[in-house]
Design a protein around this ligand. Structure first.
Ligand code: NAD
Length: 335
């Protein structure tokens, strides 16, 4: 089987090369560029493509891949909001992903963002380097005995709930399906979670139903001085409304690993460029906001699991085996 990998970096190639010794029937070529309708043509002659979080796996790309004989899309990530599943199903292209490769990697990053933003680590790091040992602007809050609100209690949300309980927090949860594996959390309505939580962390997938879940209306329902973290998908938050909320002093701190305008930035060094997008620049101008570049997944353990499961998915396809990693239904069905 010949696979073409899009949007790869050196660490992806190293990780997959290490695994390939166990998959002698699979051959991989790697591209730096991402999958788009324009770059789909390079996949002519390959059995499958492997795409990532910023790839455009929309209807046009899939139709082109289909015309070049590509029958398989391997997503080397958990999220699949960038895949047009209806078109894939219509064309008979199978789409497989890597769910839950390391929920702790993302949950630990969510807590990292919450703590760093709360205790202003980004500011204190710079201050001390400048021999400014004063504490002005650095005061935080204790998490102990505070309330965490987890939206989406699947694998990552459950790991985040565990971490929050470790801090001595009460954990409220909101989900369209309750998960018994989430441990001792208290499921409440979304409005109650918004009103009661000192820390709100998003861990649901982006679907048609929850696009801009966090917007002016839901932000107004949050406690004043809330800490808000998004490591899930940028489209869950309406950035203009988040900026408005920050300006209204609604948030004590905000930590974002994902944001709406990230597609052009993610995993690229753009330090010599003048960035054209004003919303990201505006967010970065606030002293109580920390943004990281979609790095929640980025641990050694997660990369090893991603490469192993992606190749196991390819093998399941070759052998015609069913796998729970196949994505069939669009939307927010309970898993
Ligand atoms: P999961 O499928 O195990 O859990 C998702 C949970 O969200 C489920 O319990 C589901 O019922 C719930 N849900 C679905 N729609 C909802 C809604 N409208 N409101 C509330 N809950 C809803 O997924 P997971 O492995 O925990 O991953 C969650 C998300 O994390 C992924 O979809 C992806 O977007 C994101 N993610 C980010 C990174 C990163 O690097 N930042 C890495 C991996 C995953």
């Amino acid at each position: 089987m010949k696979l073409l990998f899009y949007d790869t970096k050196s660490y992806d190639r190293e990780s997959f090369c290490r695994q390939l010794v166990n998959f002698p029937d699979i051959e991989i070529d790697y591209l730096n560029g991402d999958l788009t309708p324009r770059s789909a043509v390079i996949a002519r002659g390959y059995d499958g493509v492997c795409a990532f979080v910023s790839s455009d796996v929309g209807a046009r790309t899939l139709e082109l891949l289909d015309s070049y004989g590509v029958r398989l899309v391997l997503m080397r990530c958990a999220g699949f909001n960038n895949v047009d599943l209806k078109t894939a199903a219509r064309l008979g292209i199978r789409v497989l992903r890597v769910p839950g490769y390391s929920p702790e990697a993302v949950a630990e990053h969510a807590m990292t963002l919450a703590l760093a933003a709360n205790r202003h680590v980004h500011k204190s790091y710079v201050k001390v380097r400048e021999n400014d040992f004063s504490l002005s602007g650095l005061m935080g809050i204790n998490f102990f005995r505070k309330t965490a609100g987890i939206i989406g209690t699947g694998k990552i949300g459950s790991a985040m709930a565990r971490i929050c309980r470790g801090f001595g927090m009460e954990v409220l949860a909101y989900d369209i399906c309750e998960n018994p594996a989430a441990g001792p959390v208290k499921y409440v309505a979304l409005d109650e979670l918004l009103a009661q939580s000192d820390l709100i962390s998003l861990h649901c997938p982006l679907t048609e139903e929850n696009y801009h879940l966090i917007c002016r209306d839901t932000i107004r329902k949050m406690k004043d001085g809330v800490i808000f973290v998004n490591t899930s998908r940028g489209g869950l938050v309406k950035t203009a409304d988040l900026i408005e909320g920050i300006q209204d002093r609604k948030f004590f701190a905000v930590g974002l690993d994902v944001y709406e305008e990230e597609a052009a930035n993610v995993f690229e060094d753009r330090s010599d460029e003048i960035l054209e997008n004003s919303e990201t620049a505006r967010l970065l101008s606030f002293p109580n906001v920390i943004i990281t570049s979609h790095q929640g997944f980025f641990t050694k353990e997660a990369l090893a699991a991603i490469s192993q499961v992606t190749l196991e998915n390819a093998r399941a396809y070759i052998e015609g085996r069913e796998t729970p990693n196949e994505i069939r239904e669009p939307g927010a069905a309970c898993t």
